[in-house]
Design a protein around this ligand. Structure first.
Ligand code: ATP
Ligand code: MG
Length: 397
């Protein structure tokens, strides 16, 4: 018996003429993702990628675990494949033992996309339901809330039997929407913001600002660890680490304290602009959430935004902390995010930041500080690293 994975399209199924471009990228992402488990063929037909292990020793459950983390897939089914012959399927219902032995109720769902198959879907449901009851007499049929749904799909090139469907992450395949630069701090919000934009098909690389000696190596390593964790969903990530100390010291010495945070955020934007221009990124992503802190009020965001020369995607802007935290737990970044290392944003924090800064006042204060040279220098001294999906590094004890 042959077992394969069906990866059914999410939003890609709605695409028109350019659909094959998305499919190509999805298949490429699946192949890359599964490479470490062995060799697979990935054929695409009927809004589905058929992921078939080419070696008996491949751990197919591990493969399902990987496919679950790929954007662009609406649903995932591990299936046994049979010739399109109902009797053969019935002879092989053992395949369902793992899912049905401990279950109490089930229903059957049948789909017949090959209309030449002699039984219609309701007939398949009826007959297969009876056969399952014969084989597993402890079960009851429950069409409304079954514990297990047995699916039989009669597709162009075989009959596919499964008892497990997992909802995929949805979205679009990473790499189908271009690339963007995520401003990644060590907090909870920015990794989630990056995850959400990767879900829209962006390649997400990260920029992080450090202020040694005010921020420690450990704080930086924590952010690198977040990068590594994000590769689970985003694929390989380039990491730009910007030395930010001199700019912060200059701001401390020459700007009104109440404007410090907003001007610092504008400096971050200006540096991100330059990296975007140099490296070809089309947008900047931040983890700002409206009104979460003084630097994220509408007026403060207006001031920060005015320094950006690229579209800024604030994918968590309308979410509250509880919602963001829930995603962060689900994607596995939460535990790292709450490690207690300082971020450069907490260095020289003003006692009373202005919650309604005026852009004209900010620009005025900024111009006296003469920061352009320091920005250039920070960009020049930025370190670049690459985090590859699947490569584990031990960062912290
Ligand atoms: P987070 O939980 O992501 O740290 P936050 O609530 O702490 O967010 P701020 O510190 O005001 O909010 O930062 C807002 C956004 O600015 C962050 O989500 C991130 O995108 C960016 N940011 C802040 N500090 C840094 C940093 N040191 N390096 C890169 N980006 C940063
Ligand atoms: Mg932060």
């Amino acid at each position: 018996m042959k077992e394969i994975i069906l990866a059914k399209y999410g939003e890609i199924a709605l695409k028109g003429d350019n659909r094959s471009t998305f499919e190509d990228i999805l298949v490429r992402n699946i192949k890359r993702r599964l490479k470490h488990l062995g060799s697979f063929s990935c054929d695409r037909r009927q809004s589905t990628v058929y992921i078939e292990p080419l070696d008996d020793k491949i751990d197919i459950d591990a493969a399902v675990g990987e496919v679950k983390k790929i954007f662009g897939i609406g649903a995932i089914q591990k299936c046994a494949v049979f010739p399109k012959d109902f009797d053969i399927v019935v002879k092989n219902l053992d395949y369902l033992s793992e899912a049905l032995s401990d279950a109490k109720s089930f229903k059957v769902e049948a789909k017949r996309s090959d209309k030449s198959f002699p039984l219609k879907s309701p007939d398949i449901q009826q007959k297969l339901g009876d056969a399952v009851l014969d084989k597993f007499p402890h079960l009851k049929v429950d069409v409304h809330a079954p514990e297990v749904t047995v699916r039989l799909e009669i597709r162009d090139n075989g009959a596919y039997l499964s008892a497990k469907r997992i909802i995929g992450l949805g979205g679009l395949p990473v790499g189908s929407s271009g690339k963007a630069l995520l401003m990644l701090s060590g907090g909870i919000d920015s990794p989630v913001a990056g995850y959400m934009m990767a879900k829209r098909g962006l390649i997400v690389d990260c920029i992080h600002y450090v202020s040694p000696p005010y921020t420690s190596d450990r704080a930086r390593l924590k952010v690198e660890k977040l990068c590594e964790e994000l590769t689970e969903y985003c694929g390989d990530i380039r990491f730009f680490c910007v030395p930010f100390t001199e700019i912060q010291e200059k701001l401390r010495d020459s700007c009104p304290e109440e404007f410090f945070t907003v001007i610092m955020r504008r400096m971050m934007m200006k540096i991100a602009n330059k990296i975007c221009e140099r490296e070809g990124y089309g947008a900047i992503i931040t983890g700002e959430s409206l009104a979460q802190v003084a630097s994220q009020t509408l007026a403060a965001i207006e001031c920060t935004n005015a320094a950006a020369e690229f579209p800024v995607f604030r994918s968590v802007i309308g979410m509250d902390k509880i919602e963001i935290t829930e995603i962060s737990r689900n994607i596995g970044t939460f535990e790292t995010s709450i490690m207690p290392y300082e971020d450069c944003c907490t260095v020289f924090t003003p006692r009373h930041p202005r919650t309604k800064p005026k852009l004209s006042e900010i620009i005025e204060a900024e111009s006296t500080a003469d920061l352009d040279e320091l920005i250039e220098k920070a960009v020049e001294n930025t370190e670049v690293k690459r985090f590859k999906f699947g490569e584990q590094t031990v960062f912290l004890d």
